[in-house]
Design a protein around this ligand. Structure first.
Ligand SMILES: Nc1ncnc2c1ncn2[C@@H]1O[C@H](COP(=O)(O)OP(=O)(O)OP(=O)(O)O)[C@@H](O)[C@H]1O
Ligand SMILES: [Mg+2]
Length: 404
């Protein structure tokens, strides 16, 4: 029975025995296999023959202390085989006592855990590597974060700088456009003044003649005409000043009134040039500045007049209509039979400084100004169509709900 136990243990374990001094007295085949020594090489040798130099001396002190005090010592031992390779064994060393409780010998029973230990070591190594990787990763993340932060800050600074630059640019552009409109305004005033100035000059000349004649009635008539002329000229300045004044107030006004105002300004010109004006007005009100729309109508009629003269048209007709369209739009159409506009020119007529007239007659700003007024001042559009010697300008202005 005991023998069977012994066999069972010896077959499944690595077994050795030593005397009380640690001299090997027995080893089984498994011990020989793992250590690489033969039985002959082992028996009679100190058990420290398989001792691994890595294991500190204190471990053996502890071992001897334990087994001498008649207790079992358990450990996972690191040992060295004959060929210098390392093996690990889970070991328990038990002292064997005689009937007087004296230690007779030590028996060590072990099993091989080399693979487990190696795996464990590998695992630990990998864990350490992972930890290191993690740490370096964290460091890199930190580095990148601070780099990004720096980048962000410089970017913010650059953006702020660019914004400041842009604001400066916009200011300059604003003043440039103000200057340009100022120039346009002056050019327009000059243009609009040419006619009344000539008229004034003429009237003054006639007035002088009447004065010399002593024709009081004629003098009074010419005096009134002159005053009217001067009033017109001052109105023109007023209109333009209004037009360029920022924050001017918009009001609801009747489209027909505004057009009649224009016709009145041009009354003399229309009569002299023998132009027939036909009107067809619906009673519509829009939001804006009445002077501005008058200005547009004046520009359109003057262009027609120029075309009548240039194309030597004898029967001169201008039809002006105001109609409601789609319940929410007012459409003003100004149509003439002054010869029409050439196809390749029609696309350019609203551009500033585009003119087909001699420099002394036209600056090319009339329609540009008119477009600005229609779009910016009245929130509408201006369009042109021309065929078979006729030209139609149509102005579309939204009719808003009138609360006033
Ligand atoms: N009713 C029209 N019939 C024929 N051509 C026209 C008519 N209206 C405008 N045009 C053409 O469009 C051009 C531009 O007109 P716009 O009023 O802008 O400038 P302008 O009359 O030449 O000069 P400005 O009005 O500044 O004195 C004119 O030169 C002319 O060739
Ligand atoms: Mg013009």
């Amino acid at each position: 029975m005991l023998k069977q136990y012994k066999e069972a243990i010896e077959k499944s374990n690595i077994v050795s025995k030593t005397d009380v001094f640690g001299i090997i007295t027995f080893v089984n085949d498994e011990f020989c296999k793992i250590s690489g020594y033969s039985k002959e090489e082992l028996i009679g040798k100190n058990h420290n023959i398989v001792r691994h130099p890595d294991v500190p001396a204190s471990t053996y002190v502890e071992l001897w202390k334990t087994i001498r005090s008649k207790q079992t010592y358990k450990t996972t031992a690191k040992n060295r085989a004959k060929n210098g390779s390392t093996f690990y064994v889970n070991t328990s060393i038990t002292p064997i006592l005689d009937e007087f409780e004296n230690i007779v010998e030590f028996i060590a029973i072990r099993y091989d855990v080399t693979n487990e230990v190696l795996y464990k070591h590998q695992l630990q190594k990998k864990e350490k590597e992972l930890e290191e990787l993690n740490a370096s990763l964290e460091k890199r993340v930190q580095e990148k974060t601070s780099e990004l932060k720096e980048l962000n800050e410089t970017l913010e600074k650059r953006v702020a700088k660019e914004i400041a630059k842009n604001q400066q640019k916009q200011k300059v552009m604003f003043w440039q456009s103000r200057l340009a409109s100022l120039g346009e305004m002056l050019a327009n005033i000059a243009h609009q003044w040419r006619q009344p100035l000539t008229e004034l000059n003429l009237t003054l000349f006639t007035l002088k003649k009447a004065a010399l004649r002593g024709d009081v009635e004629e003098i009074n008539k010419l005096y009134d005409e002159s005053k009217n002329n001067i009033k017109n000229m001052s109105n023109i300045i007023e209109d333009f000043t209004n037009f360029f004044k920022p924050g001017k107030e918009k009001r609801y006004f009747k489209v027909a009134d505004s057009i009649n105002e224009a016709l009145q300004i041009l009354e003399k010109l229309i009569k002299e040039e023998m132009i027939i004006i036909k009107t067809e007005f619906e009673d519509l009100a829009v939001l804006g500045i009445t002077n501005e729309l008058s200005q547009v109508i004046v520009n359109l009629i003057k262009n027609s007049r120029d075309a009548f003269v240039h194309n030597s048209i004898l029967i001169r007709e201008i039809t002006i209509s105001v109609k409601k369209f789609n319940t929410n739009l007012a459409i003003i159409e100004v149509q003439d039979n002054a010869g029409g506009i050439k196809g390749k020119e029609i696309y350019k007529i609203f551009e500033p400084y585009f003119t087909t007239k001699h420099t002394s007659q036209g600056t090319g700003l009339g329609l540009f100004m008119s477009k600005m007024i229609c779009e910016n001042g009245l929130g509408g559009t201006i369009d042109v169509k021309s065929k078979k010697g006729t030209t139609i300008f149509s102005i579309t202005i939204p009719i808003e709900e009138q609360n006033a």
